[in-house]
Design a protein around this ligand. Structure first.
Ligand SMILES: Nc1nc2c(ncn2[C@@H]2O[C@H](COP(=O)(O)OP(=O)(O)OP(=O)(O)O)[C@@H](O)[C@H]2O)c(=O)[nH]1
Ligand SMILES: [Mg+2]
Length: 193
C-alpha cells in the first residue's frame, strides 16, 4: 500500500450523506479520546486526522483515501466519531450513536473493523455495545489496546488474555510513544484486504 498518497476524501455528519463508495474499507471504532485519529495518523505517517486531548474531537465520519493510483482505486480508512463520552449532551450522544448505526447499515465493502480500547479503562459497556454491532454485521475484527505506555506489561497481558477468553478477540497493544506494533497492525490490514 502506497501510503504516500493519502488524503481526506469526505466528512459526513449524517449517514444519508454517505456516497456509494465501493472501495475496500478499514473502519476505526472506539470511545471518545481512545486514540483513533492518533492511530490513523501514525499508520499513515502524517498528521491527517485532527486529534485532541479533549474528548469528542471527531464528531463526523471521516474518510481517508489511501494509495489511489492508475493501477487501482486504493482503500479507505474510516475514522468514526467517538462514543461513550459522558460530558456531551444527551442529544449529541444520541446523534453519534445513530450515525454509527446508520453508517454500519449502509457502508459497503468493509474488510476490517478495528476496535480500539483504552488500556487504562479496559473494555466497558459501550465497547460491548459496539462490538455487538460489528459482530451482527459479520465483520472481521481486530482489537487494539491504545495508550499501552500508561499501564504495566503484566496489566497489558491480562487485558489481552481477558479479551481472548471472554470474546475470542485478538488484541494488539499500541502506544504512540513506541509504535513498534505498527508493522503488525499493517500486516493485519494487508491480510484483511
Ligand atoms: N500517552 C498516550 N497518549 C495517547 C496515545 N494515543 C493517543 N493519545 C492521546 O489521547 C488523546 C486523544 O487522541 P485522539 O487520537 O484525538 O482520540 P480519538 O479517539 O480520535 O478521539 P475522538 O475524536 O474524540 O473520538 C490525544 O491527546 C492523544 O495525544 C498513546 O498511545 N499514548
Ligand atoms: Mg478523533
Amino acid at each position: 500500500m502506497n501510503i504516500k498518497k493519502a488524503e481526506l476524501v469526505g466528512t459526513y455528519f449524517n449517514a444519508s450523506q454517505l456516497p456509494a463508495d465501493v472501495r475496500p474499507k478499514i473502519l476505526f471504532f472506539g470511545r471518545s479520546n481512545v486514540g483513533k485519529s492518533t492511530l490513523i495518523n501514525s499508520l499513515l505517517e502524517r498528521r491527517l486526522a485532527k486529534t485532541s486531548s479533549t474528548p469528542g474531537k471527531t464528531l463526523s465520519v471521516n474518510f481517508y483515501g489511501i494509495g489511489h493510483s492508475p493501477a487501482g482505486p486504493g482503500i479507505i480508512f474510516a475514522d468514526l466519531p467517538g462514543y461513550g463520552y459522558a460530558r456531551v449532551s444527551k442529544g449529541e450522544a444520541e446523534r453519534v450513536r445513530r450515525l454509527i448505526a446508520d453508517f454500519l447499515a449502509r457502508v459497503e465493502n468493509v474488510r476490517l473493523a478495528i476496535l480500539l480500547i483504552d488500556s487504562r479503562r479496559g473494555f466497558l459497556a459501550s465497547d460491548l455495545e459496539t462490538l455487538a454491532q460489528i459482530v451482527e454485521k459479520n465483520l472481521r475484527i481486530l482489537t487494539i489496546l491504545t495508550k499501552s505506555d500508561k499501564i504495566s506489561f503484566s496489566q497489558q497481558r491480562n487485558l489481552i488474555a481477558q479479551l481472548k477468553n471472554k470474546f475470542g478477540l485478538l488484541a494488539i497493544s499500541f502506544s504512540i510513544k513506541s509504535p513498534a506494533a505498527k508493522n503488525e497492525i499493517w500486516q493485519r490490514i494487508q491480510e484483511a484486504m
